[in-house]
Design a protein around this ligand. Structure first.
Ligand code: ZN
Length: 478
């Protein structure tokens, strides 16, 4: 056995140290460049971008696409300068005006996520949500609202909804057995023909009868107290009606194009009108069925949708609106010569990035948003489930660097390799909250880690490629 001399041992150990040192330095350089490199300036945004932006704190609006699992849960924190409550009626932390749009989640285990997030936003006191928009009453949009109303310290005030309800069969002339000449949107068992739930009757032209729509709180209360509703919708009604017993500020009004909506309160409160407009852009005052007699397509196609304009910044919120409804919406505003209302800087992806949206609309750069944000969870992403988001939708909306989601983001986006079979390897699961910040002149999008304090989101410098954008000018051409 040869024994290594001292000098040989020394040489070897110094070589090992050199290699190890090189590896460590390599790792440090990589970690620094990965963590400290801010998002790039993307030419395809076609807007001026910058790393830092000075804004007045009072001007800042925050829009959260909250990770609620499979479903939608969005919170808009209005700029502080537009608070209603200037006196000491509420303590400081609750003064900001908040708009909640849906609350997730398809999985009942995730129903608490939206309420927990709101409490994280306002840790010092019982939060007040002034406006709640229920885009439509599918489970993945309302379970969290039921949870907030029934089981939390969060105070809800005004509700807006599309008017649709889920009735038990046998109520209001709805039959209990399905027949092909029945002019109503219902769910039924195709073998036994037994009807399980009923939405509305419709005319020959496909318009839904107003008599089946809920218009306001008193009607909601009457129907709920008579036990006419079914399923999750019955739970929602009970929770809202119970809340309204000790709170006279609760309203439950139908929202449609031209109806009274969130900003009308500013007149009521005699606050100087802000540079903000929130306009309902769907449904029209008469609801329509979509996809023939399809329950799912009719409820999605009548999602309450709105355009939020703050200074130069515009964002569209479309619920689960589908292709058929988007086409009808486009036609509606074309006839009114008001198509500009469908343009935006940021698009809340309709229907979780599903392929049942009108993708051809975005071939025309007029309607192509700078950035799209989507909400989805495990159930929506699975290859055996809804397959949200569709590669086609991401591609048409400008590619992954312009598409942020609460569930995934790009690892190494490669346009040419983007296909149904390869895109999954390019992704990593994030389950983050997506934040849009704007002062009405500039905006940015950033992923905020699930367990982080949402009141201290990362600065642009702390955000690396794929996790956010630079500040983007809200004004095209500047
Ligand atoms: Zn949905």
């Amino acid at each position: 056995v040869n024994k290594l001399s001292n000098s040989q041992t020394k040489d070897m150990s110094s070589a090992v140290f050199k290699v190890m040192g090189a590896i460590i330095i390599f790792c440090i350089i990589n970690a620094v460049s990965l963590n400290a490199q801010p998002p790039p300036n993307y030419e395809t945004f076609n807007r001026t971008q910058k790393i830092s932006h000075d804004f007045e704190v009072d001007d800042l609006m925050r829009i959260w696409i909250v990770n609620v699992g499979q479903g939608d849960g969005v919170i808009i924190q209005m700029p502080e300068k537009y608070n209603y409550y200037m006196g000491d009626e509420y303590d400081e932390n609750s003064q900001r005006v908040d708009i909640l749009i849906d609350g997730g989640s398809n999985d009942a285990n995730n129903a608490e996520l939206i309420g927990k997030f709101i409490n994280k936003l306002y840790p010092e006191s019982d939060p007040i949500i002034e406006h709640t928009v229920i885009t439509h009453h599918d489970r993945d949009h309302i379970l969290g609202i039921i949870d907030i109303a029934a089981d939390t310290n969060i105070m809800l005030k005004k509700f807006y909804h599309n008017g649709l309800a889920t009735y038990k069969p046998g109520i209001h002339d709805f039959p209990t057995t399905y027949s092909s000449n029945l002019n109503a949107v219902v769910s039924y068992n195709s073998t036994t023909k037994a009807i399980s739930r009923c939405m509305a009757f419709y005319d020959d032209d496909g318009k839904l009868y107003d008599r089946n729509l809920i218009q306001n709180l008193s009607q909601f209360k009457t129907e709920s107290n008579q036990g006419n509703f079914k399923g999750d919708f019955a739970d929602l009604a009970k929770a809202v009606v119970d809340l309204s017993q000790d709170n006279s500020e609760i309203t439950y009004n139908r929202a449609f194009i031209g109806s009274s909506f969130i900003m009308d309160d500013y007149e009521e409160f005699d606050v100087e009108p802000p540079l903000m407009e929130i306009e309902v852009i769907w449904p029209a005052d008469t609801l329509q069925r979509h996809g023939g007699k399809s329950w799912a397509k009719t409820i999605n196609g009548n999602s309450v949708s709105f355009n939020l304009k703050y200074g130069e910044f515009e964002m569209l919120f479309n619920g689960d609106i589908n292709k058929s409804a988007q086409k009808a919406q486009h036609k509606y505003f074309q006839q009114k010569d008001k198509l500009d209302i469908l343009k935006c800087d940021v698009l809340k992806a309709p229907h979780h990035g599903s392929d049942d949206i009108w993708l051809d609309m975005y071939d025309d750069s007029t309607y192509l948003p700078v950035v799209t944000v989507a909400s989805m969870g495990e159930g929506g992403f699975s290859p055996t489930g809804h397959k949200h988001p569709r590669p086609d939708a991401i591609r048409k909306l400008g590619g992954f660097h312009r598409f942020f989601s609460t569930y995934i983001h790009e690892k190494t986006f490669n346009w040419n390799k983007m296909s149904e079979s390869t895109y999954k390897g390019m992704l990593e699961k994030t389950r983050n909250d997506i934040l849009i910040e704007t002062d009405g002149n500039w905006f940015r999008v950033v992923e905020v880690k699930r367990n982080a304090d949402p009141n201290f989101p990362p600065q642009v410098e702390e955000t690396r490629r794929g996790h956010g954008t630079l500040w983007i000018n809200a004004k095209q051409g500047d």
